[in-house]
Design a protein around this ligand. Structure first.
Ligand code: ATP
Ligand SMILES: O=c1ccn([C@@H]2O[C@H](COP(=O)(O)O)[C@@H](O)[C@H]2O)c(=O)[nH]1
Length: 213
């Protein structure tokens, strides 16, 4: 009886499809800040594609380190095979079920690669889109750099390139998801606490339970 119950639970767990929320918005719009708040209030693991790439860049012996650094400094997008495999590994290693994928997919190559490899392994719940003007985002990134982020791309020259990439490559991806009715737009120009109020509404509206504190 007990064995049968355990087998049932194990089969059930194996069939659970990981659920994903993509988190998109301009550089400095507050994606990381909000993901950190969300993961404290809801049962989601925060996976920042940028952080995973920065970790891979630092990993001794990485064959991609130099390429990643060059892409990051120039605000260009790393090929999806590299990013998607880092995200997939992090999902598997977490042993968890729900993920905030922060800063991905950023261009058509990212989207196509995700659809090829991950679409049938995951369920996309929705896309959180943080709307914030370029001036405010620039000020925030420069502030983050001045506060010692150590990021090689928190400077005006890199930001110029990052915004061009965002407008030319990432906005079309957001528009693609919008046409599918998957985008939840959030005004990100207010305080982090006020942004989070709207974010919570988006999660509550799809029936996500808060973690009991
Ligand atoms: N709503 C907000 N109001 C003011 N400052 C904010 C707000 N949200 C985040 N910040 C600050 O702006 C900077 C950028 O925030 P954050 O790292 O969350 O943005 P991001 O979208 O993840 O950036 P990137 O894409 O460059 O990694 C940080 O210094 C953060 O503390
Ligand atoms: O999916 C991704 C995510 C990020 N990058 C590169 O990293 C930097 C920094 O990303 P943040 O999200 O701002 O931390 C970004 O400008 C890209 O160069 C990427 O290639 N693919």
């Amino acid at each position: 009886m007990l064995t049968r119950a355990l087998r049932y639970c194990s089969n059930y767990l194996n069939k659970m499809v990981p659920e994903v929320v993509f988190v998109l918005g301009a550089p400095g719009s507050g994606k990381g800040t909000q993901c950190s708040l969300i993961s404290k209030e809801y049962d989601f693991v925060h996976l920042s594609a940028g952080d995973l790439l920065r970790e891979e860049r630092q990993r001794p012996g990485s064959e991609y380190g130099e390429m990643i650094e060059e892409k990051i400094r120039n605000g260009e997008i790393v090929p999806v095979e590299v990013t998607c495999s880092l995200i997939h590994k992090a999902m598997q290693n977490s042993g968890k079920q729900r993920f905030l994928v922060d800063g991905f997919p950023r261009n058509k190559d990212n989207l196509d690669g995700w659809e090829r490899v991950m679409s049938d392994k995951t369920k996309l719940l929705f896309v959180l889109f943080f709307e914030c003007s370029r001036d405010i985002c620039t000020e925030r990134c420069l502030g983050r750099g001045a506060a010692g982020s150590g990021r090689s791309d928190d400077n005006l020259e890199s930001l110029h390139k990052r915004f061009n990439t965002y407008v030319n490559d990432t906005l079309p991806i957001i528009n693609h998801f919008d046409a599918l009715g998957l985008v939840r737009r959030i005004n990100a120009e207010v305080s982090p606490t006020d942004v989070f109020q709207d974010v919570k509404t988006a999660f509550d509206n799809v029936g996500m339970q808060r973690i009991a504190n």
